[in-house]
Design a protein around this ligand. Sequence first.
Ligand code: AMP
Ligand code: MG
Length: 351
Amino acid sequence: MSYRKERRVAELAVQRAALLTQRVFHEKAKGTLSKDDKSPVTIGDFGAQALIIHAIRRSFPTDEIVGEEEASSLRENKALADQIWRLVNSTKLEDEAAEEQIGGPIKSQREMLQAIDEGQSPGGSRGRTWALDPIDGTLGFLRGGQYAVCLALIVDGHIKVGVLACPNLPVDDSAPLSADVANESGEGRGVLFSAVLGSGAKSRPLSRGALEKSESIHMKDVPNITHATFCESVEAGHSSHSDQAGIAKKLGITGQSVRMDSQAKYGSIARGAGDLYLRLPVRADYQEKIWDHAAGDLIVREAGGHVTDVEGRRLDFSLGRTLKENKGVIAAPKAVHEHVLDAVRSVLDSK
Ligand code: AMP
Ligand code: MG
């Protein structure tokens, strides 16, 4: 299957949601709440989830959706719900045909809250399920740095389509990653990555209307691993900076790591701006969420990479809302992945 319609709807839906997040990004007050797990959520997260689910529902009404957010806190906070509704109600693609393809506007605040709550699917190994992270890297978003709007279609447990909008990455695929990428935003930025299983990965500039022209993207060859650039989370609470430094040392990598929030890391290595993405667990009991990895996993694999956990197993998206059989993530070009994994094993075994 070509998944042409799915890719198109996903790209446009993510592009529209990215417009909403960019508006919030430039506001000082982002309507931040603290969730039960103490992580922050903003009006941007809720608004983007509503717009994307609305788009999916219009084209694929029977598909399941695993979305990160839910609306219960908004039902108790009318002021915040009103604020999100004003944003959602005034965000649309500037190209009428494109806006029409993703269902046009949401009709009412009630419909918006319902849409947000349609992301509660348990996921699993059967049927068609969309995995949605409306703002991945919320901490980066709040800091003024990297974040991503992420959507993937999983069919019978396998990712078929992946789309990532990274509003603060440089448009230029060949721009080298700077150590400051975590704090960069502004002119010349905004990329939309996408991939369909078996059809390769692409990037294009994010636009405010119809989709821009795309280019194929590929991971870089790494003839000498000691010169590789590796990406990791900004947050030491999300992955072990010390284990990652140990692995880099073992590989003979002398350059500094590039720290950035969100699946922008997957997009950056897929287009050859960086080479490796290391995510070593900090807590044995943490289960990675499928929406934090699904789009990035496919985009990297379609660009010539291999993505596994720290034991060399492919990420298993068929087990529900979390990757319960995996620990950590190691993403690298196919040709060097095994070599990187040897270094991972050696560092973990010596602990
Ligand atoms: P990153 O931007 O790479 O730091 O990843 C952001 C994601 O990390 C968030 O969307 C969270 O779902 C996830 N996260 C939260 N706590 C942890 C943890 N203890 N280990 C790994 N990932 C986490
Ligand atoms: Mg996330």
